[in-house]
Write a protein that binds this ligand. Structure first.
Ligand code: SF4
Length: 249
């Protein structure tokens, strides 16, 4: 229960804490500098710029928070908020995570959940024809000799792994499903299919790297399960995948 709670709130809470700390540090140094020797013109300018940056970070973060439940229509603002989330706030949360000696995995999960909320909000009520279901190679049974990375249609549906069900279900729903064995193949698939939305299945690390890599694109993340450890005969909740894809088609 506690883990589930953290996997939702950790990222937004850690970003907020980092901004509170930055603001507190700023006031501590500026006020103590002013109280002891006063501030020279150069120092006033430097403190002014730092204050402006902190203010911008806070306002932008409030807008990012609001984008989890309110659609941002302005494309430039939307791109700016996404860029800040993936390139600035992600690192701020990582620093706080490091300071509190917390597990990276729950922060990653929270970051992915947070991004999923934004993707859902931005695509609420829209029906998409080009949804790409991106699956990891490790879902495949390790003894299977078929190259599903070339084409998922090669799967002979023997039922020894979830690929069979996902292939059949994606066909029924006219969703393009593909299996990627790594980041470069995933990028190639995205370039080839030019999807409007991507539903990606993978582990925490790969999903965070993938969503950050393709930050301009709407990527909805679904975590896989690893009953045999990482990268080996993993599986995924079919209900979670179907639920995610249904939101966009
Ligand atoms: S379901 Fe498909 S991919 Fe999985 S083991 Fe059978 S043939 Fe191979």
């Amino acid at each position: 229960m506690k883990n589930q709670y953290f996997s939702v709130i950790k990222f937004p809470v850690f970003v907020s804490i980092s901004l509170i700390l930055l603001t507190a540090l700023f006031f501590f140094f500026s006020v103590s500098g002013y109280a002891s020797l006063g501030l020279s013109l150069v120092e006033k300018i430097i403190y002014g710029v730092i204050f402006g940056v902190i203010l911008l970070l806070i306002i932008t973060w409030l807008l990012v928070l609001s984008s989890t439940h309110r659609k941002i229509k302005n494309k430039i603002l939307k791109t700016y908020l996404k860029w800040m989330m993936f390139h600035v706030y992600y690192f701020l949360a990582m620093v706080i995570n490091l300071l509190f000696i917390q597990s990276r995995v729950s922060l990653w999960e929270s970051f992915l959940n947070f991004n999923n909320e934004i993707v859902l909000t931005n695509h609420l009520g829209k029906k998409h024809k080009k949804v790409l279901l991106l699956l990891p190679h490790c879902l495949q049974n390790s003894k299977c000799q078929i190259r599903v990375t070339d084409d998922i249609m090669n799967c002979e549906e023997c039922g020894k792994c979830v690929i069979a069900h996902l292939k059949k279900w994606a066909n029924q729903e006219s969703v393009h499903a593909a299996v990627a064995s790594g980041g470069s193949i995933a990028r190639k698939l995205i370039v080839e299919h030019k999807p409007e939305v991507i539903v990606a299945v993978a582990c925490h690390r790969d999903l965070v790297e993938g969503t950050r890599d393709a930050w301009m694109l709407p990527v909805y993340a679904v975590l896989n399960e690893r009953p045999h450890g990482p990268c080996f005969e993993t599986t995924v909740s079919l209900a979670n995948v179907e639920y995610a894809v249904q939101k966009f088609i």
